[in-house]
Design a protein around this ligand. Structure first.
Ligand SMILES: [Zn+2]
Length: 467
């Protein structure tokens, strides 16, 4: 990427959007001009499309002129307010890449960051950002979202997906035997029995889940905390209405179960749960795995930790919220790729997965406790390092087993169906979100921040995908 684009173009578009959420051209232009000024780009041409919606593929004269000027080599770089202004259809984006490549133009900037189009990672970023933009502004998804909201508000079942345990395929008719199991599970859990132990007895008795599998702690927990069983309709994890289907347990019971599940004393690996990308990020300078370490004000961060027992360079820090959003979106995007589908199809789920996950979680929880004990000066450095080695070895074994097993299990039901997963994403427990991301992402490398660059700079993240 050249240091500055000597001849930059600004592209702005306003759609005749009935939602009225199109940004005023003036505002788009002003922000782009400001970006150019700050980064030393000389703006030679402004391309403005009025009242055309990229989504509906209407002809956009200014955009066609931009492509034509790119082809003829009179432009070195393009600035847009946001990628959704430039393209909303993937094939348009691919055409844009082709034109840029042919013309040797590799600089694309949005007011939130710069993308190197000559680099496959840069193109990937553009695709992800384009997908995010599309999702946000797509008329169709908006209509579907509205429909889902309406169904939720009326307490109706949502279409698609597998049946919930305890109910028939119509998601309304109660299955008496399964309902009895649910009541039993709720009672035992509220009486203080652990999820692990309840799981074990269900499996011993040969009670299958709704998909005919063995119960895992995750499946059982998800069922326990689901307000559906007390006749409550949720939307994105929030209870919004009384459901049209009959309850199996009471809302008060669900509330008590949820309170109990959230009780920190019950959690063994609280820290691990709060950080979506634990173990998945590496330092771009020294290669060390980034660790979760909040700033003093509580801002969640991943850092390359230096000092005894860590061995990192200590020079990379990234805000968790930002990197988690981008990586999650990238993983969802990746889930829809035909390559991934092909590489995963035909593999079978292995019941050993839950066991290895539990082992890895236990080891991680112990490591967390040890690190805390060392930080609190309850144990010395030598004790810490000695104890840590053995636990890490256990965790490594479990992780290796898991990485082979987990990929298919984590993606169960979601392969090639990323849009459904996107809708449900925010209501999926963090540990499962991590498992899904880890199923497609080997790791991501985090580069150092460029001074003055917005914190939402996706070019800091390089993805190393599995498969
Ligand atoms: Zn480092």
């Amino acid at each position: 990427m050249s240091p500055v684009a000597a001849r930059a173009a600004i592209y702005a578009r306003i759609s005749s959007d009935r939602e009225g959420d199109g940004l005023a051209i003036d505002r788009q232009l002003a922000d782009c001009e400001q970006y150019a000024e700050q980064h030393g780009w000389r703006v030679v041409e402004r391309y403005i499309d009025q009242d055309v919606s990229a989504y509906k593929s209407r002809v956009r004269p200014a955009y066609r002129r931009l492509l034509s000027d790119l082809r003829s080599g009179t432009i070195d770089g393009v600035i847009v307010y946001h990628l959704d202004r430039l393209h909303r259809l993937p094939r348009e984006l691919e055409e844009f890449f082709d034109v840029c490549k042919a013309a040797g133009v590799d600089d694309l900037a949005t007011v939130t960051g710069r993308i190197n189009l000559a680099d496959p990672d840069g193109q990937f970023q553009a695709r992800i950002l384009g997908a995010v933009a599309k999702k946000e502004s797509d008329d169709k998804s908006r209509r579907i979202r509205r429909k889902h909201e309406q169904l939720a508000a009326e307490g109706k079942v949502s279409g698609g997906g597998t049946r919930a345990y305890g109910y028939a395929e119509d998601k309304r008719t109660v299955r008496p035997h399964e309902a009895a199991v649910i009541r039993e599970v709720a009672t035992r859990f509220l009486a203080g029995e652990s999820v692990r132990s309840i799981c074990a007895t269900l499996n011993e008795r040969g009670e299958p889940t709704s998909t005919g599998k063995q119960w895992s702690q995750q499946t059982l927990t998800r069922m326990l905390e689901n307000p559906r069983y007390s006749g409550q309709r949720t939307h994105h994890g929030v209870i919004v209405a009384a459901a049209e289907w009959p309850a199996i347990i009471s809302p008060a019971e669900t509330e008590r179960i949820r309170a109990k599940l959230c009780d920190p004393s019950r959690r063994t690996n609280k820290t691990a749960r709060r950080y979506l990308l634990r173990g998945l990020l590496r330092c771009g300078l020294c290669g060390a795995t980034l660790v979760a370490r909040p700033r003093a004000d509580g801002t969640r961060r991943y850092v390359c930790a230096s000092g005894p027992g860590f061995g990192g360079c200590g020079r990379i820090t990234i805000t968790a919220e930002h990197v988690e959003a981008v990586v999650a979106e990238a993983a969802l995007f990746r889930l829809d790729s035909p390559d991934l589908l092909a590489s995963l199809q035909g593999r079978n789920e292995d019941p050993a997965t839950a066991e290895w996950q539990a082992e890895a979680d236990r080891a991680q929880a112990q490591l967390d406790e040890l690190a805390t004990a060392y930080a609190d000066q309850l144990i010395g450095l030598q004790e810490w390092l000695t104890a840590r080695g053995a636990i890490e070895a256990r965790r490594e074994v479990a992780r290796k087993k898991l990485s082979a097993l987990n990929r298919v299990t984590a993606l169960d039901g979601y392969l090639g169906n990323a849009s459904e997963l996107r809708d449900e994403w925010s209501s999926i427990p963090l540990s499962r979100q991590t498992a899904i991301i880890a199923a497609v992402l080997d790791h991501a490398v985090i580069a150092s921040a460029t001074p003055g660059r917005n914190t939402l700079d996706p070019s800091r993240i390089t993805f190393v995908w599995r498969g």
